[in-house]
Design a protein around this ligand. Structure first.
Ligand code: FES
Ligand SMILES: [Fe+2]
Length: 352
């Protein structure tokens, strides 16, 4: 599988890379080592020592870097070998590892897996709802044994909540929803609105509405490549204006681990201005959402992947339903971006 390279992927929640610790994660089939330098800034380098290929994360954190657990070479965050305890201590010219641009932003650590010369912080999509300065952010991580684009399909086509989450997130009204899809640049929006919906009890409790109240409910999803989505989910008493209802921001962020496994981060955010109450709600809500995501979505995604085996998605000629429009649009945008990168890679280098 070919992955988009010149883009930002989420690599971890900010708290996953602790001070004075080494953290390893496989992203796009590459084992990457994360640590914080002495100033606390996150660094990311290849986890494979260039000497005998030992995994550096099994080594030791040293000042501004890591020491290989096997023969003791040291590397800094630029991937430069900074210490050789052997012989006269000379550092062989080839003793370096790849380093990756990383940015800590919106409660997450973002990594650029492509050409470092092209990294561009401004291209990280706006997830300011997760800015830890202004928001309480309930954060969770799941690991899925399924391809990451199946995860995009899952979020961009929320018609599945009627069938997969009948007692938590869905209802019989979901399939009657008004849906729309639009694209702005490379961003795709997949919006869904139900009218006079009787929601499952879980949602009335979670949203603080009287049980049984007919509501107009919306879930608007924004997608950016490679697979970063922001859900604006809310409801209002039927006929009311959205501004009179209640809504929540729910980021869903996916990064391929391998061709058929995915890192899945999701969050629930509330403004910090709400004080301790907001913090408590965030924790309760993200825990509540973990239940259907873990017990219902995850097994379905993994079962889909097992049924697909090694086959490429389009080669199986998937039947398309109206609710697929947003997911298909996102797939087309992603495929186009990857094709462009491949085309660029084939162009001959300019003559000197
Ligand atoms: S394998 Fe890393 S120093 Fe030998
Ligand atoms: Fe779901």
């Amino acid at each position: 599988m070919t992955f988009l390279r010149n883009t930002w992927y989420v690599a971890a929640w900010d708290h996953e890379v602790a001070h004075d610790a080494l953290f390893q994660r496989t992203l796009l089939n590459e084992s990457v080592l994360f640590f914080r330098d002495d100033a606390g800034k996150v660094q990311a380098i290849s986890n494979r020592c260039p000497h005998r290929f030992a995994p550096l994360h099994m080594g030791k954190r040293v000042s501004n870097g890591v020491q290989c657990p096997y023969h003791g070479l040291q590397f800094d965050g630029a991937g430069t070998c900074t210490g050789n305890p052997h012989g006269d201590g000379r550092i062989p010219a080839a003793a370096s590892v790849k380093s990756y641009p990383v940015i800590e932003k919106y409660s997450a650590i973002w990594i650029w897996m492509g050409d470092p010369a092209r990294e561009d912080e401004a291209s990280i999509p706006d997830f300011s709802c997760m800015d830890p300065e202004h928001a309480w952010v309930g954060k969770r991580y799941l690991h899925a044994r399924a391809n990451y684009v199946l995860e995009t399909d899952n979020i961009m086509d929320l018609s599945h909540i009627q069938y997969l989450h009948p007692t938590t997130l869905g209802s019989d009204t979901v399939s009657d929803a008004i849906t729309s899809v639009k694209q702005e640049g490379h961003t795709v929006y997949s919006n869904r609105q139900t009218v006079a919906e009787i929601m499952p009890d879980y949602l009335y409790t979670a949203m603080g509405f009287p049980h049984g109240l007919p509501v107009d409910r919306w879930v608007d999803v924004r997608w950016d490549a490679p697979a970063n989505m922001l859900l604006d989910a809310g409801a209002v008493a039927t006929g009311g204006a959205r501004s009179d209802g209640r809504s929540f921001m729910l980021p869903h962020l996916f990064t391929p681990e391998t061709d058929k496994t995915t890192h899945y981060w999701f969050a629930f955010c509330m403004p910090k201005a709400l004080g301790e109450f907001g913090k408590q709600v965030v924790e309760e809500q993200v825990e509540g959402l973990s239940v259907p995501f873990t017990n219902e979505d995850l097994p379905m995604l993994e079962a889909q992947q097992r049924m697909m085996g090694d086959a490429e998605f389009w080669s199986l000629k998937p039947v398309l339903l109206p609710g697929d429009a947003g997911a298909i649009r996102a797939r087309r945008v992603l495929d186009g971006l990857i094709a462009n990168e491949q085309k660029e890679a084939l162009q001959p280098a300019p003559a000197l």
